[in-house]
Ligand binder design. Structure first.
Ligand code: NAP
Ligand code: GLV
Length: 291
């Protein structure tokens, strides 16, 4: 902020500080129950795309707009992660690792990308960009959202009534949904059973989407061959969690994509300037939808 918007009096939070008089707050892992002390808030800017953690605090003021993070570096990072992991699962890299571990030159085949279907759950800012990149790489791409969508070369499905059809051919399933009461626990046994046998699952959204025991069971039965998880119900993932030692389960430490401070400061300072000029804010969370 000092570099990008020096006109803004930016103050890092110090426990015990008087919070009255602060018009704008930037928050990610905000101290629960802190909000009533900010009596003069005009807007809250979430430092990430997902606002589930902030919305879980009942003291978050209702009448103050909550703006989620949308910035090009965050989108770009997620596109990179989804492409990287989709290619990893498409090429079944674990088979190569197994051959290399016993110094074996083992023939290894894989379908052309146009014979591989990847399903993206969530066609918002991140899901749409990720789907477009997968299309560019030649994959058959399908997507699922709440409302109907039309995206070039992406077979679009929407709503609970089209979920089964969406899942039926998704050999690699990518979750980029927001965590809401409707989507909590959506990656469960019933959903895994509707995927083609041997599918892969990539969860880069929130740990709360996944029923962890159901994934373990689906992997043990062979219904799910492999998975990449970036997010977990408990973070950091406890050292004794069975996921650490589950074969073909790949773990990243909630860093699929990270907000870029420079780009975010630019974006937020522009939003504040617009808001002060009487214009509306972009990317305001719809509290009734939860995202
Ligand atoms: P977004 O723009 O709000 O898009 C959300 C998408 O999910 C929309 O397409 C929405 O459908 C769909 N959706 C919501 N509820 C649904 C439901 N009940 N059934 C079907 N579809 C539903 O969000 P985003 O910016 O793409 O971010 C998505 C999530 O990614 C964030 O909430 C966050 O949790 C996660 N994330 C993770 C990382 C990481 O590093 N792991 C980084 C950034 C974000 P409509 O289009 O019809 O509204
Ligand atoms: C990260 O998890 C985000 O929501 O931006």
């Amino acid at each position: 902020f000092a570099e990008i918007a020096p006109e803004i009096d930016f103050r890092p939070h110090v426990p015990g500080a008087d919070l009255a008089g602060i018009p704008y707050c930037l928050a990610w892992k905000a101290t629960r129950g802190i909000w009533p002390a900010m009596t003069d808030l005009k807007a809250i800017f979430c430092l990430g795309a997902g606002v589930d953690r902030l919305l879980a605090d009942p003291t978050l003021p209702q009448g103050v707009p909550l703006v989620r993070m949308v910035e090009p570096a965050l989108t770009r990072g997620m596109v990179e992660y989804v492409l990287w992991q989709s290619l990893f699962h498409h090429r079944k890299v674990w088979e190569l690792e197994a051959a290399q571990s016993c110094a074996t030159w083992r023939p290894h085949t894989y379908p052309a990308p146009w014979d591989r279907t990847i399903g993206v759950m969530g066609l918002g800012e991140l899901g749409t960009a990720a789907a477009a990149k997968l299309v560019e790489f030649g994959f058959k791409v399908r997507g699922w959202s709440r409302s109907p969508k039309s995206i070039e070369k992406v077979e679009c499905f929407h709503g609970p009534e089209q979920l089964t059809a969406f899942l039926a051919k998704s050999e690699i399933l990518v979750c980029l949904l927001p965590l809401t009461p409707e989507t909590r626990g959506i990656l469960n046994a019933a959903l895994f059973a509707q995927l083609p046998r041997g599918a892969s699952v990539i969860n880069a959204a929130r740990g709360g989407h996944l029923v962890e025991a159901d994934l373990s069971a689906a992997m043990a039965s062979g219904q799910i061959t492999a998975a990449t998880l970036d997010v977990f119900e408990t973070e950091p993932l406890p050292a004794d969690h069975t996921f650490w030692s589950t074969e073909r389960l790949y773990i990243t430490p909630h860093n699929a994509s990270i907000t870029d401070p420079r780009s975010a400061a630019w974006r937020i300072s522009r939003q504040i300037a617009k808001f002060e000029a009487g214009e509306g804010l972009d990317d305001v969370v719809d509290r009734t939808r939860g995202y």
